[in-house]
Ligand binder design. Structure first.
Ligand SMILES: C[S@@+](CC[C@H](N)C(=O)[O-])C[C@H]1O[C@@H](n2cnc3c(N)ncnc32)[C@H](O)[C@@H]1O
Length: 238
């Protein structure tokens, strides 16, 4: 009998934002994994969930290199998949923790694809988590969308170059990964005349949380990896 592979969303930072179901399953599984950078072996998802884990449950980090190089990533995720696969074959239930929600911009899906390829009959259960942008909207008290409005969620990892095309067809935009290419992102926002219609949120629910609506102050920032922006064509004030 194969074990069950669980993808568990732990929310964006506040340990009280795990669902009841996530906490229940975490207390039942045989082994817990979380992704960690091979640089420092640190997993924020694990930090968030740690207070909900039984002390006796084995917990391990699955390392992945901080690179976009497909070959490196492939090798790392293959090894990680084999670690999970061996436990599932031994009949153990395995949980993989993800920051926010497992089906939203998450490393869980690399692993899931590989596990499914190797063990097509293994049972998979995904437990959704509160996404970073839901928590950010709550924290900044900015509605993500109302009535018939549309909302689009995109990555800002490449500098927000798609912002123009997306904002043309969407009332509201969430720009994830608003950190590395932050100056480019701000220039796109300025060029579109949205400087007073955006909000920057960083480390939501964590120490050092920032909520900023002043475009001038944003321009002086050097944002943390855990940063995103909410843009609203209709304006951010409620
Ligand atoms: C790899 S994605 C993970 C998204 C996650 N699965 C979710 O459901 O929100 C990482 C990006 O999520 C956003 N993020 C995650 N946690 C956050 C937090 N606590 N505060 C602000 N942004 C956060 C940032 O844009 C970050 O660059």
């Amino acid at each position: 009998m194969l074990g069950t592979f669980y993808g568990i969303g732990v929310g964006p930072g506040d340990p009280e934002l795990l669902t009841l179901k996530a906490v229940r399953v975490l207390n039942q599984v045989d082994h817990v994994f979380a992704a960690a950078s091979s640089k420092n072996d640190y997993s924020l998802a694990l930090d968030i969930a740690r207070c909900h884990l039984r002390p006796a449950t084995p917990v391990d980090c699955l390392n992945f290199p901080m690179t976009f190089e497909p070959e490196h990533l492939e090798t790392a995720w293959q090894a990680n998949c084999e670690t999970v696969r061996d436990l599932l074959v031994a009949g153990k239930d395995v949980a993989f923790l993800t920051l926010g929600d497992p089906m939203t911009f998450s490393t869980f899906n690399y692993l899931l694809r590989k596990v499914r390829r190797q063990l097509p009959r293994a049972r998979v259960q995904v437990i959704p988590g509160i996404t970073s942008f839901q928590a950010a909207a709550a924290c900044a008290t900015i509605p993500l969308a109302e009535g018939e409005e549309t909302i689009t969620v995109i990555s800002g990892a490449k500098g927000g170059e798609r912002l123009r095309e997306v904002i043309a067809v969407s009332d509201n935009v969430v720009l994830m990964k608003a950190y590395k290419q932050f100056p480019q992102i701000l220039s796109h926002i300025e060029a579109l005349g949205l400087e007073h219609k955006c909000c920057f949120i960083s480390r939501c629910g964590l120490e050092g949380e920032v909520v900023e609506t002043d475009f001038g102050r944003m321009s002086a920032m050097n944002p943390h990896y855990l940063s995103l922006m909410i843009l609203k064509k209709g304006g951010i004030s409620v």
